[in-house]
Design a protein around this ligand. Sequence first.
Ligand code: MG
Length: 273
Amino acid sequence: MKVEELKRIADHLRLTAVEMVYKGKDGHPGPALSIADIIAVLYFDEMRIDPENPEWEDRDRFVLSKGHACPIYYAALSEKGYFGEKIKDFKLRALGSMFQGHPVMNKTRGVDMTSGSLGNGIAIAAGMAIAGKYRKKDYNVFVITGDGELQEGICWEGINTAAAHHLDNLIVFVDKNGWQSGGSVVDTIGSNNVRERFEVFGWHAQEIDGHNIEEIKAAIQTAKQAKGKPSVIVCDCIKGKGLPFMENNNAWHKGVPSEEQYKEAVKILGGES
Ligand SMILES: [Mg+2]
């Protein structure tokens, strides 16, 4: 798909995610907007999927390890047609809703893995990638993880295992936006040298602008050509990207836009009020 079209889709997904949080009166808009461009490229350009057949054995897999960013994920699944008609009111986080505050695989069509308990995604995806190799399938497994999330020890068990098993069918995006729920990553843990740490573990590593569609597309192709090792694409991202009042403001890790802010979002992201 053309770059301009993917940019338009990413902003449309952003608006849907913000609307979801606004109407549901709860949720995590900042983390969702941070990964909108990666999600747009994966779901609308890269992944081998069939919304009519979400359990297709040969499909590419996706794990949203930073599960709280799910509004953008739900927006993409809806736009791709996983739920038939596009969802108008997601009822995000409502009791009994298909769209919980963190993704649930047996509740929502198209969700390959339940997530939200931070840190699990890479290890689980490594398991999926090992299964693919074992069964001689050619699918790829994609993961999006946060930079704060990498403080969880299990991430590094998965990263170690993936390298040991030469999982070149595993591609991990790190949303390196510099923030986590409680503050800045550097203030919390002292450094945010994601790329170097993955390299030490034997991964193929790239670092790109996580909002540049061309760079995201190219990095995926480079990752797929790196044989014999898993790949990480470290994405320099801006939390809340796309809405100036949200950008790089960690108060929007979790928060609900006011009516005025929602109207501003509609204006900026190209919707109609
Ligand atoms: Mg972060």
